[in-house]
Design a protein around this ligand. Structure first.
Ligand code: HEC
Ligand code: HEC
Length: 239
């Protein structure tokens, strides 16, 4: 494990100081980490990066994803407090056509307009803004989802649904969006191919999916933005 001192960024964001080498070196982490290393030398640069992220997303993304990535439409995902590596990977999947938004049909066109630096800025910005906590909508249904989650999902998304790296945080995600997404994975929809998610959902019934969506959306996200936990190698919120 490489131990990394985060200097000024640690002071500002309360970052943990260590992260596995593999996670740093691989995929989207390399770009995110390079960006963080640049700004950690320079706290005003971090502030301007987050402001730039807000500026790039405030005028347009808010229409669907809500103010600061807190969606008010249960069909459209929250982006607030999402894992930055996952956000980056999804913007790239939309841009290269691997993932298609068939709900409103806009994401694939939009994602292609960002430069790599803008993608990183947007991912770090959304990771830095807190997710609004909502009361549990259907406690009985959510309770039915709990054992299914432990059996089928926790190994990758973490016991509290916080995910890590390219495993998304599904805790607190919009329930109808989760339901639609799980059904798409189960039928191996061309608009969102994922071998791991297709096999994780293959044996689930419609009522299992309903209960799981209720459960994951009811999971609370610990206080503080995801960026405050990044790059903590443990699942934030797991005990
Ligand atoms: C017209 C509505 C609309 C606008 C505007 C919009 N999005 Fe989206 N976005 C969606 C929908 C719908 C989805 C989910 C698509 C699906 O079902 O797979 C999505 C998904 C995403 C995802 C993947 C989230 C996840 O949990 O997998 C990211 C990242 C994203 N949008 C970023 C952005 C950014 C950044 C902007 C602004 C530059 C933006 N979106 C503007 C509708 C929109
Ligand atoms: C083997 C690892 C693995 C398992 C097990 C797994 N997932 Fe996933 N999950 C992933 C990965 C990786 C992705 C991102 C897929 C992509 O790139 O589109 C994902 C994506 C998702 C998404 C989309 C999130 C979003 O914001 O769009 C949801 C919802 C989800 N998983 C829920 C579940 C549930 C519920 C279970 C249990 C039934 C489960 N996952 C089991 C690895 C896993």
């Amino acid at each position: 494990m490489r131990v990394r001192t985060c200097g000024a960024v640690a002071v500002i964001l309360g970052l943990a100081a260590a992260m596995p080498v593999a996670a740093l070196a691989a995929g989207p982490y390399a770009a995110l980490d390079a960006r963080l290393q640049t700004v950690e030398q320079n706290p005003p640069a971090l502030q301007s990066l987050l402001q730039a992220g807000r500026h790039q997303t405030d005028s347009f993304c808010v229409y669907c994803h809500g103010s600061a990535g807190n969606s008010v439409n249960p069909e459209i995902p929250n982006l607030a407090e999402q894992n930055p590596a996952y956000l980056l990977a999804q913007m790239r999947q939309f841009a290269d056509g691997q993932r298609r938004d068939e709900y409103v049909g806009v994401m694939q066109k939009l994602a292609g307009t960002f430069t790599p630096a803008q993608e990183v800025t947007i991912a770090l910005y959304f990771a830095s803004v807190p997710l609004t906590r909502h009361p549990v909508a259907n406690a009985t249904l959510a309770a039915q989802g709990a054992p299914l989650f432990v059996q089928h999902c926790a190994a990758c998304h973490g016991g509290s649904g916080m995910g890590r790296g390219e495993y998304p945080r599904i805790a607190g995600q919009q329930p109808k969006y989760v339901m639609r997404t799980l059904r798409n994975f189960r039928r191996d929809a061309a608009s969102r191919p994922s071998v791991v998610m297709s096999s994780a959902t293959a044996s689930l019934s419609d009522s299992d999916i309903q209960a799981l969506a209720a459960y994951v959306s009811s999971l609370s996200v610990p206080a503080g933005s995801y960026l405050a936990h990044y790059p903590n190698p443990s699942f934030p919120g797991d005990n």
